[in-house]
Design a protein around this ligand. Structure first.
Ligand SMILES: Cc1cc2nc3c(=O)[nH]c(=O)nc-3n(C[C@H](O)[C@H](O)[C@H](O)COP(=O)(O)OP(=O)(O)OC[C@H]3O[C@@H](n4cnc5c(N)ncnc54)[C@H](O)[C@@H]3O)c2cc1C
Length: 300
């Protein structure tokens, strides 16, 4: 790790992820596998058990490794969504023109509050969930007081009910879990730590194919009660939507910044800081930009 950053494993997450992925891509993963070792054995058992009990337990549960005795196999993976539903600082959801949508609030990881930039700092989800969760609660309580509810668009409700009822009956030859698995592998490989135009175009086409195949899945549970398979099927559509948005915005952002690393555009753009906004209109994804407003500390 010292070849990449003198802070070694204490460097920021984008630096560590890139370093690990670069080692793996260069064939220097452990025994040519797609992982490297995180070695904690130089720490005393008392330190690990006292200060890192959760890390030890995760390694035991998922890799069967006691990190007091052996190094833990690790590799980069997606563990947080940077970006999401645009909201203002009072957690009101914003429309395409940047105006609050009446009665609609969002808080937590699903939002883009513009607090993280291109690389969320470790621990800052707490800010999003606790601080803005509290603000959302207060705002909603105030808003709802004496206000009549906004009615949902009847057409959309009808469409969703029909879609769900058709989904539940699906009896096709495609396997839900196979498509989910293929999507995860695809995003890991083509839209993961390193991206380039060729890979992203390939991912875009493959997502289209997976979406098409997802129309022909077969469910084994067609019931209404505790149907977890149906939930997985609903999630698959959401996963395809998010994957498509990630790939389209990664294609549009022709620079490298924070956790977004385009090997074909390795430098930061000088066009100023902006958010990528993705909308679906008439079945097509539309890309827009919004300037980032920096008030106090200018980024380096
Ligand atoms: C391995 C890992 C380690 C992490 N470590 C840290 C860390 O050290 N520090 C840090 O700050 N952050 C960390 N994070 C990120 C942080 O945990 C998350 O960003 C945060 O928990 C998100 O909270 P949330 O309430 O916004 O969303 P979630 O915790 O995802 O909660 C959303 C909830 O909504 C429910 N839901 C979804 N759809 C529906 C629906 N249609 N109807 C009803 N309910 C629904 C879900 O079941 C879920 O319970 C870590 C994440 C991971 C995966």
């Amino acid at each position: 790790m010292h070849r990449y950053d003198e802070r070694m494993e204490m460097a920021s997450r984008d630096v560590v992820s890139k370093a690990i992925q670069q080692e793996i891509n260069s064939g220097r993963g452990i025994k040519q596998n797609d992982y490297v070792y995180l070695d904690l054995t130089k720490l005393d058992r008392a330190v690990i058990e006292g200060k890192l009990p959760q890390v030890r337990q995760i390694a035991l549960d998922f890799a069967g490794v006691d990190c007091c005795e052996r190094p833990i196999p690790v590799k980069p993976t997606a563990h947080y969504s940077m970006g999401g539903i645009p909201t203002d600082k009072t957690t009101k959801v914003l429309d395409r023109q940047g105006k609050p949508i009446r009665g609609l609030y969002a808080a937590g990881e699903c939002t883009c509050l513009s607090i993280h930039g291109a690389n969320r700092v470790g621990g800052n989800s707490m800010l999003e969930t606790l601080v803005f969760g509290k603000i959302a609660g207060k705002e909603m309580a105030t808003y709802n007081f004496g206000v009549s509810p906004v009615m949902m668009a009847e057409e959309q409700v009808k469409e969703t009910v029909i879609w769900l009822s058709n989904l539940k009956k699906k009896n096709g030859p495609e396997k839900l879990f196979a498509i989910r698995g293929e999507l995860v592998t695809l995003m890991d490989k083509k839209a993961g730590v390193f991206r380039d135009q060729r890979g992203l175009y390939g991912a875009r086409d493959k997502i289209k194919e997976l979406r098409h195949r997802s129309e022909n899945i077969g469910l084994t549970d067609h019931g209404d009660i505790f149907n977890t398979e149906l939930i997985e099927a609903i999630e698959l559509r959401n996963m395809l939507d998010v994957a498509e948005a990630v790939v389209h915005s990664a294609l549009a952002r022709k620079e490298s910044r924070g956790a977004h690393n385009r090997t074909d555009y390795p430098s930061k753009s000088r066009d100023g800081l902006n958010h990528t906004l993705v909308y679906r209109e008439g079945g097509q994804l539309q890309i827009d930009q919004k300037n980032v407003v920096v008030k106090n500390i200018q980024p380096k």
